[in-house]
Ligand binder design. Structure first.
Ligand code: 16G
Ligand code: MG
Length: 562
């Protein structure tokens, strides 16, 4: 985008602190490749060797965001989560630890695509003028990265970007994504009534471990959980965390090789387990075991176990949401509190059986929103206590300020009530309020299973998942697929939704929707139905339909498509 004359004039007053010479010199060190970038659902993410200029410019955006917010601390996380080791990415964290405000995603995209140094400067002008950014404000930025080998060089690119506007910054080194979110919120609330904790990684461990110890105090310990760390940052960080959890927590860590970076997320981790519905490599299960997998940056978790007949059983984000909602509702009741309501937020990927369970058995309101943490988090804030989880294992529970006030001002009029109040308080501390956090979710689930003395099988009995299937369709242009109704309906291309509906009608308990991916160049098809064969047939029929529609399919038509 080029600057209008008017913008150029009105912003020039403010531009004194952009040192053009230094911008040019630094920008020359990070030339833009011939690629178009998009700040998507999970920030920028792609092959690491294409990211140098993007990360440099993300540094500029982070500094501008901080200046816009009067010097509040902005977080930058360099990670590509569950993607292969050769990928990397970056995302920005807003002051309270939430995802970057939606309207700024477009600015990040625009700046990353500026072709020349002059256009970079022009776009900075556009932002300063249209967003009324006072460049004399300070800029404060903190950053961290996962274990990917490309991270180190990308951090220097970020640091160069931060220099352009003279941001003050702190490098927190290797972190899980949720730790960076935690730190950002702590730094912005230190010495305020909303103080979220000590702004150090040690402070994070101490806060969670202390709360967990309260929650399991006096309860018989469960067998160790077998924990697959996807050979990612979760491994060294969870080991650090164990120094604080001590005897209160028993774990057997597998897939903790971060030295051999090619193993990152390879046949392991939450995404592999959820998508493939099977155990990761390096983890031998027996029917007695309770297992969990983190993803590569430890913001997702799924559980699983093996039934007596050796069938693999997945306890995904939907199952965790159901367990957490059930437990919190019971605790609120046991505490004698009657003015806190619990709600659950899901996406269209939530298994239909889980939605039924939440609505009909737990009697909780359930909202459905578009994919992506920011949508779920935002919606969850509307409830007193909002439980949100994506089926893929990303989620948390957010307590509203009113709910927290009630929990902290209630004493309980019997020992049982007092104990429930104590648990609720500790629960609000053990749960990361900023974002889905695999460490914190692990402690949440372990708390519930310990308090109830439940095996994963008992937990699993809440409801039976409908069989489901996810299919990817490679199309020529995924942007022509437009959805409404929390991605459950297509409005474009015209006619496709009617054709989908006509097929779905023929299947018992059939449900299917089609949406363009926000992270990959594909269109995703989700299908569920009463039985496995019906589900597969439905998924492959819809896959075929999407592939053939208006000849938008690309490459060879997959053999299984009907
Ligand atoms: C990103 C999102 C995740 C979402 C996934 C969908 C965040 C932090 N992460 O990983 O929530 O489930 O994208 O990917 O928002 P898709 O659009 O390719 O299906
Ligand atoms: Mg992740």
């Amino acid at each position: 985008m080029l600057l209008s004359e008017q913008n150029r004039t009105s912003s020039s007053v403010n531009m004194a602190s952009v040192n053009v010479l230094s911008l040019n010199t630094l920008s020359d060190l990070h030339p833009k490749p011939d690629t178009t970038f998009t700040y998507g659902t999970a920030g920028f993410r792609m092959k690491a060797d294409l990211l140098d200029s993007v990360i440099f410019r993300t540094g500029i955006i982070a500094a501008l965001r901080s200046k816009k917010l009067g010097g509040k601390v902005i977080g930058v996380m360099i990670t590509a989560s569950h993607n292969p080791a050769a990928d990397n990415g970056v995302k920005l964290v807003d002051p309270m630890g939430e995802m970057l405000e939606g309207s700024w995603e477009a600015h990040a995209t625009a700046l990353s695509n500026a072709q020349t140094n002059e256009q970079v400067l022009d776009y900075i002008h556009v932002m300063v003028s249209s967003l009324k950014i006072d460049l004399t404000n300070p800029a404060n930025v903190v950053y961290g990265r996962d274990t990917r080998p490309s991270g180190e060089a990308l951090v220097s690119a970020l640091e160069d970007g931060l220099k352009v506007l003279g941001a003050q910054s702190t490098d927190y080194g290797i972190l899980t994504t949720p730790q960076l979110h935690y730190l950002t919120r702590c730094l912005n609330t230190v010495n305020t009534p909303e103080s979220y904790g000590e702004p150090t990684v040690e402070g994070y461990y101490k806060k969670l471990a202390a709360a967990y110890k309260v929650l399991v105090e006096g309860k018989p310990k469960l067998s160790p959980v077998i924990l697959d760390c996807a050979n990612g940052v979760g491994a060294p960080k969870f080991k650090e965390f164990m120094n604080f959890l001590g005897d209160s927590f028993a774990v057997k860590i597998v897939n903790d090789d971060i030295e051999n970076s090619s193993k990152l997320n390879l046949n392991s981790g939450a995404d592999f387990v959820k998508t493939g519905q099977r155990a990761p490599v390096g983890l031998k299960m027996t029917p007695q075991d309770r297992c969990a997998s983190f993803d590569g940056d430890a913001d997702r978790i799924v559980y699983y176990y093996m039934d007596e007949d050796n069938t693999f059983k997945l306890l995904d984000g939907d199952k965790i949401a159901g367990l957490a909602a059930m437990f919190i509702i019971d605790l609120v009741k046991a505490a004698g509190i009657d003015n806190i309501s619990v709600g659950v937020v899901q996406t269209a990927y939530a298994n239909g059986a889980s939605t039924q369970y939440l609505r009909n058995t737990l009697n909780v309101p359930v909202s459905c929103v578009s994919t992506g943490v920011k949508h779920l988090h935002h919606e969850a804030l509307k409830y007193d206590v909002g439980v949100y989880f994506e089926a893929n294992g990303h989620g948390t529970v957010v307590f509203s300020p009113t709910a927290l006030k009630t929990i902290y001002s209630t004493e309980g009029s019997s020992p049982a009530q007092a104990s429930a109040v104590r648990s609720l308080r500790a629960l609000s501390e053990v749960i990361n309020q900023t974002v889905g956090d695999a460490f914190s979710d692990l402690l949440l689930v372990e708390t519930i299973l310990t308090q109830r003395q439940w095996t994963p099988k008992i937990w699993d009995q809440a409801y039976s998942d409908l069989p489901n299937r996810l299919v990817k369709v490679v199309v020529k242009e995924r942007s022509i697929f437009k959805t409404v109704d929390a991605e459950r309906k297509l409005v474009e291309p015209a006619g496709l939704q009617d054709a989908i509906d006509a097929i779905v009608l023929k299947f018992r308990d059939g449900r299917s929707f089609v949406r363009p991916s926000g992270t990959e160049d594909v269109v995703r098809v989700y299908a569920e139905a009463a039985t496995r064969p019906e589900t597969d047939e439905l998924a492959f029929r819809i896959g075929g339909l999407v592939f053939d529609f208006n000849s938008n399919g690309s490459g060879t038509r997959p053999r299984e498509f009907i």
